[in-house]
Design a protein around this ligand. Structure first.
Ligand code: NAI
Length: 411
C-alpha cells in the first residue's frame, strides 16, 4: 500500500523496445525525469530484475507481460503498450493487481488510409504486374486495361476510423464511395451506405476491407463473396488476415475473375523478419504483397509515442483511466492540488465496497468532497477527493476495506 504521493522525479519509468523518443520527452517535460529507455524487449529473469522498482512500464508488441512477470514487479502502477494490440499482456492478471493498461488504437489510422488509396491507384493502372515485368527486362507500353480512379466506385467494408478516412481521401480523388457496416454509421462527404455486403461487392471497382477480427468477420470474403465481385475488380485487405479466405482469393485470381489485389495482412504471418513468408499469393504479379506495414510509418510511431505517454501521465497525475483496456474508465476533473488530496482505490468487484469506505470515513471524520466509482466484471475503481490533512487516516482506513487491491494517494 502506497502511503505517500511520490515526487515525479522519483517515479521510475522503463521504456523498452525502442519506443519513439517523443514518449520519453513527454514524460521528462512533465517532470518524470527518472526514465530509462532500452532499444530491445526483455524477457524472463532480465525483465523481472529490470521491473523490480519500476512504476511505469512502456512496451511494444514483443515484451510478454505474464502473471509471473507482474508478480515480480511490486511497484508497477500502469503499463503503456506503445502499439495497437494488447495481447502480449495478461490483462486480467494486471487488472487484479490494480494495474491499468493503455494503448494507442487509432494513432496509425491515417497511415493505413494513405496506403490503401495509393494501392487503389496502383491496382487500377495495373502497375504491380507492369513493375514486375519491367524488373525482369520486359516492356509492355500500352494503355489497355489501365484506368483512372476518378469516377470509379470504391466499396469500403467496415466504416470505422480507417474506413471513413479512406472514404474522404478517395472522394478527393474523384472516386464514388459506398460502404457497408453492421452498425449504423453517419456517411461522410458523399459516401453512400449500402445495406447488404453482396450489393457493395457487385457495385465496386475496388473493395477495401476495414473490419476488426471477430467471429463474424472470419472469412468474411470467401468464395461466394468473391463471386459477387465484378469481373476484373480489385480487392484490398489491410485489416486482419483472417478476414479473407486466401485460397479462395488465389483461385479467383488464377481464373482472372479478380483483376488484382493488395494484401497487407495474412492468416499466418512470419514471427520475425528472418522467417520466410509462405502464401499461395506469392506467384501473382498482379498482387501487391506487403509485410503488415499498413500502419507502420514514422508519423504513426511518433503519434503512438505521444498518445500513450500522455495517457500514462494523466493516470499518474490525475488518476484518469479513460481508454484503459482492462480497467473501469473513470473521467475525472483536474486534481485541484492545494489543500486537497485524491485517493485512488482499486478493489475486487464485490458488493458493499463503497458503503464500507463511506462508513469508515464517516466514523473517522474524513470529509469526501468528490467521489467517482466505475466497475467492470473483475474490479472496481473508486476515486475520492478529500482534505489533504486527512490523508494518513484515510489511507489507513482504506487498507482495511474488504476487497482492497491497491490504494494510491495524489497530492
Ligand atoms: P474501427 O473499430 O474504428 O472500425 C471497424 C468498423 O468495422 C466498425 O465501424 C464496425 O462497426 C465495422 N464492422 C465490424 N464487424 C463488421 C462486419 N462483420 N461487417 C461490416 N462492418 C463491420 O477499426 P479501425 O481502426 O478502422 O481498424 C480497422 C481494421 O484495421 C482492424 O482490423 C485493425 O486491426 C486493422 N488495422 C490494420 C493495420 C495494418 O497495419 N494493416 C493498422 C491499423 C489497423
Amino acid at each position: 500500500m502506497q502511503k505517500h504521493s511520490f515526487e515525479k522525479r522519483r517515479i521510475k519509468c522503463l521504456l523498452l523496445e525502442g519506443i519513439h523518443a517523443k514518449a520519453g520527452a513527454a514524460l521528462h517535460e512533465d517532470g518524470y525525469t527518472a526514465t530509462r529507455t532500452l532499444p530491445k524487449s526483455l524477457a524472463g529473469d532480465a525483465l523481472k530484475t529490470a521491473l523490480k522498482d519500476v512504476h511505469f512500464l512502456g512496451i511494444r508488441s514483443r515484451t510478454e507481460i505474464t502473471e509471473e512477470i507482474l508478480d515480480a514487479a511490486p511497484k508497477l502502477t500502469a503499463i503503456g503498450c506503445f502499439c495497437i494490440g494488447t495481447n502480449q499482456v495478461d490483462l486480467r492478471a494486471a487488472a487484479l493487481r490494480g494495474i491499468p493498461i493503455f494503448n494507442a488504437p487509432y494513432s496509425n489510422t491515417r497511415s493505413v488510409a494513405e496506403l490503401v488509396v495509393g494501392e487503389a491507384i496502383m491496382l487500377l493502372r495495373g502497375i504491380p504486374e507492369k513493375n514486375a515485368l519491367v524488373h525482369r527486362g520486359g516492356w509492355t507500353k500500352s494503355a489497355e486495361g489501365s484506368v483512372e480512379v476518378r469516377g470509379k466506385t470504391l466499396g469500403i467494408v467496415g466504416y470505422g476510423h480507417i474506413g471513413t478516412q479512406v472514404g474522404i481521401l478517395a472522394e478527393h480523388l474523384g472516386m464514388r464511395v459506398i460502404f457497408y457496416d453492421i452498425a449504423g454509421k453517419l456517411p461522410l462527404g458523399n459516401a453512400r451506405p449500402v445495406s447488404k455486403l453482396n450489393a457493395l461487392l457487385a457495385e465496386s471497382d475496388v473493395v477495401t476491407l476495414h473490419v476488426p477480427e471477430t467471429a463474424n468477420t472470419r472469412n468474411l470474403i470467401g468464395r461466394t463473396q468473391l463471386a459477387h465481385m465484378k469481373k476484373g475488380a480489385h480487392l484490398i485487405n489491410a485489416a486482419r488476415g483472417t478476414v479473407v479466405d486466401i485460397d479462395a482469393l488465389a483461385d479467383a485470381l488464377a481464373r482472372k475473375h479478380i483483376g488484382g489485389a493488395a494484401i497487407d495482412v495474412f492468416p499466418v504471418e512470419p514471427k520475425g523478419n528472418d522467417e520466410e513468408f509462405i502464401s499461395p499469393l506469392r506467384k501473382f504479379d498482379n498482387v501487391i504483397l506487403s509485410p503488415h506495414i499498413g500502419g507502420s510509418t514514422v508519423e504513426a510511431q511518433e503519434n503512438i509515442g505521444l498518445e500513450v505517454a500522455e495517457k500514462l501521465i494523466r493516470y499518474s497525475n490525475n488518476g484518469s483511466t479513460v481508454t484503459a483496456v482492462n480497467f473501469p474508465e473513470v473521467t475525472l476533473p483536474e486534481h485541484a492540488g492545494t489543500g486537497k488530496c485524491r485517493l485512488l482505490h482499486v478493489h475486487r468487484n464485490v458488493p458493499g465496497v463503497l458503503a464500507h469506505i463511506n462508513e469508515k470515513f464517516g466514523r473517522r471524520g474524513v470529509n469526501i468532497s468528490a467521489q467517482y466509482l466505475q466497475t467492470n466484471e473483475h474490479i472496481g475503481f473508486c476515486v475520492m477527493d478529500i482534505d489533504a490533512s486527512a490523508s494518513e487516516v484515510a489511507i489507513d482506513e482504506l487498507q482495511t476495506v474488504t476487497g482492497t487491491i491497491r490504494a494510491r494517494l495524489l497530492f
